[in-house]
Ligand binder design. Sequence first.
Ligand SMILES: O=P(O)(O)O[C@H]1O[C@H](CO)[C@@H](O)[C@H]1O
Ligand SMILES: Nc1nc2[nH]cnc2c(=O)[nH]1
Length: 300
Amino acid sequence: MSKSWVSLWGSEQVCVHDDYQKTADWLLSQTKHRPQVAIICGSGLGMLADALKCQDAFHYTDIPGFPQSTVQGHAGRLVFGELKGKTCVCMQGRFHMYEGHSLCKTTFPVRVFKLLGVETLIVTNAAGSLADGLKPGDIMIIKDHVNFPGLGGFNPLNGPNDDKFGPRFPAMSACYNPGLRCLAMDIAKQQGVAELVQEGVYAAVGGPNFETIAEAKLMHRLGVDAVGMSTAPEVVVAVHCGLRVFGISLITNKVVKSYEDRECVNHEGVLEVSKLRSHTLQQLVSELVSRMDVNNNTAV
Ligand SMILES: O=P(O)(O)O[C@H]1O[C@H](CO)[C@@H](O)[C@H]1O
Ligand SMILES: Nc1nc2[nH]cnc2c(=O)[nH]1
C-alpha cells in the first residue's frame, strides 16, 4: 500500500500495517505484560494509570513510530500493568487532530493495541456539557457519539482500507458496548456516586478553539449532551478492528449557550475539575475492569 494518498484535504500520510506491527513488536519485546484492556486517559486524567500494579512504563519519545504528546495534562507515557486481575495498558496522554497529527497518527495506538491482543478499549475524556442536566464534576457514560469531522469527510478510515483490521464499511450503530454501560451504572450505584453519573451523547469537534455560542446552540438542538475534541476518531478505528468499547466523559465545564452568560472556559479550568474528580473516576474504572468478562483475551 502506498504511504500517501490524495484526499479532499490534500496529501494525507497513511500508516500501513507494518508501521503498527513494528511498534507492537517493539512493545512486546520490552514488556512481559500481555494486555487485555487498553485505557486512554483524557485531559488531566492520567492518574487512572496510577492504579496499575507491577508497572512497565515507556515514554512516547522512546517508542518507535509513536506520535508525541504536546498538550498540557497529557504526560506522554504508555503504562502496562495489572489492575484487579486484568492486564492493562494505559495511555497517559492522547493525540488530537488540532496538535497537527494526521488522523492515522491520532488513532495510531488503537491499532497497536489490537496487535498487542487487547480486546476492550476504555476511552475517557474531559468534555463541556450542553445538556442542562449535566454540570461540572458530573460523569457521562457515552452511549453514542457524533463525529463532526467524520461527517465532514475527515475520517481516520479514509484512504485504502486495510482488510486485516476490518471491513471497508463498518457499522457504527452499537459503538459503545451496552453490557459495559449497564455494568458501569450498577457500579456507580454500589459506590454511592449514582447521582453524579448519567448516559449521554458525546460530540467530537476539531478544536482547538472552544465553541462559539451559535455552535453551542446548534449542537444542543441536535441532541448533543457533551462536546470535546477527541475520542470519536479513536472509537471509529477501534470498532473497525473489532474492539469492544466503553467511553466516559468527565464534565469539566458548562458550554456557554447564551449571549448573556459571561462565563468563559479555559484549559486550566478543565484540568482543575479533572483533578477534583480523578479519584471517583479511578474507582469506577478500576471496578469496571475488575468485573468485566474476559476469557483468555476474548471479551464476551
Ligand atoms: O478530549 P481530551 O483529551 O480529554 O481533552 C479535552 O480537553 C481539551 C480542552 O481543554 C481538549 O483536548 C479536549 O478534547
Ligand atoms: N470542544 C470542547 N472541548 C472541551 N473539552 C473540555 N471542555 C470542552 C468544551 O467545552 N468544548
